[in-house]
Ligand binder design. Structure first.
Ligand SMILES: [Fe+2]
Ligand SMILES: [Fe+2]
Length: 310
């Protein structure tokens, strides 16, 4: 519980507050601005959706699959932000009576995630209005958050860092450089990215701080919890990718060969695994901290679990 023996890097939290104040945005005034989604354009770029691997699809079908995946992409953020906010608020407890700069930075972090959840709820309604009935986002945010938060803070902070790093990676490398996307969809992830940059910085401060409290045995258990969480995330991805592929197949007005149906389902599942697991875990900043906090044996256990997802 106590932070007395752990050095708090106040300057880095102060930097997060400064950036947070500078980039702060409003859902309507800055992002939506009375606009609608442009359904003549893709939502998720090929670099994230991987729909370009399905060369038997027409360009209209590729665009539709990118829009379905984009809808799930937005819903996934709204969904993970439920447990992220709860965990960040919980970590503030250690700073209530301690470093007030760290406390303010983390309060801003949770406030931003609450706003992001509101943003993603708003745009889900807008996307639903422009798409036919039959789409389902399956995971329940509170039920999953309840399960995730039963794990140690170490394991949950590792997951949160992984998520916040891939958010940045996807925007910078795939969404920003792509010209032919719905303008509103692109702006949502531009503004989301702006406020997310400080979150990963704070995760990089909070995860080692939490690590410093653990014994070797506790950390070893936390690594096993992290492996189990990744398994649970993968179950969610298997179910959601199947639901999204089925919705897509229903909307296409011709039938596909069995091998093509399998190809579509495989690409969507592989895409989701890359989006939500591998692009975060393989991120150099995640790897740097993870190597510092874990042993060779622990990394081998994680690696073996990840290898089953390929
Ligand atoms: Fe967010
Ligand atoms: Fe975040």
């Amino acid at each position: 519980m106590s932070t007395t023996n752990y050095h708090i890097d106040q300057e880095r939290y102060a930097k997060c507050i400064e950036v947070s104040k500078r980039v702060r945005w409003d859902i309507d005034a800055d992002i939506i601005r009375g606009r609608e989604f442009d359904f003549s354009q893709k939502f998720l770029p090929d670099g994230i959706s991987k729909v370009d691997q399905l060369d038997f699809l027409s360009s209209d079908e590729k665009r539709l699959l990118s829009q379905i995946q984009g809808r799930t992409y937005a819903n996934m953020f709204g969904f993970v932000e439920r447990f992220i906010t709860a965990k960040v608020l919980e970590t503030t407890r250690d700073h209530w009576l301690g470093d007030q700069t760290a406390l303010e930075a983390l309060i801003r972090f949770s406030d931003e995630e609450l706003k992001h959840q509101e943003l993603f709820r708003r745009i889900e309604k807008m996307m639903a209005d422009g798409m036919p009935e039959g789409y389902h986002f399956l995971p329940d945010p509170d039920a999953v958050a309840t399960a995730v938060l039963q794990n140690s803070t170490w394991a949950v902070l590792a997951l949160i860092l992984e998520i916040e790093l891939f958010t940045q990676e996807h925007y910078k490398h795939s969404i920003e450089p792509e010209e032919n996307l719905s303008e509103l969809f692109k702006d949502i992830f531009l503004f989301h990215w702006k406020e997310e940059t400080t979150h990963a910085m704070m995760d990089e401060l909070e995860w080692p701080r939490e690590d410093s409290k653990l014994s070797a045995e506790e950390r070893d258990r936390a690594v096993d919890e992290l492996i189990a969480i990744v398994g649970d995330v993968d179950s969610i991805l298997q179910n959601q990718s199947a639901a999204d592929a089925d919705y897509f197949l229903k909307l296409c007005n011709h039938s596909f060969a069995d091998s093509e149906v399998r190809g579509i389902k495989d690409v969507v599942l592989k895409g989701y695994r890359w989006q939500y697991i591998f692009s975060g875990v393989e991120h150099p900043r995640f790897q740097k901290l993870y190597q510092e906090l874990t042993t060779e044996d622990q990394r081998q256990r994680v690696g073996a679990a990840l290898a089953t997802l390929n």
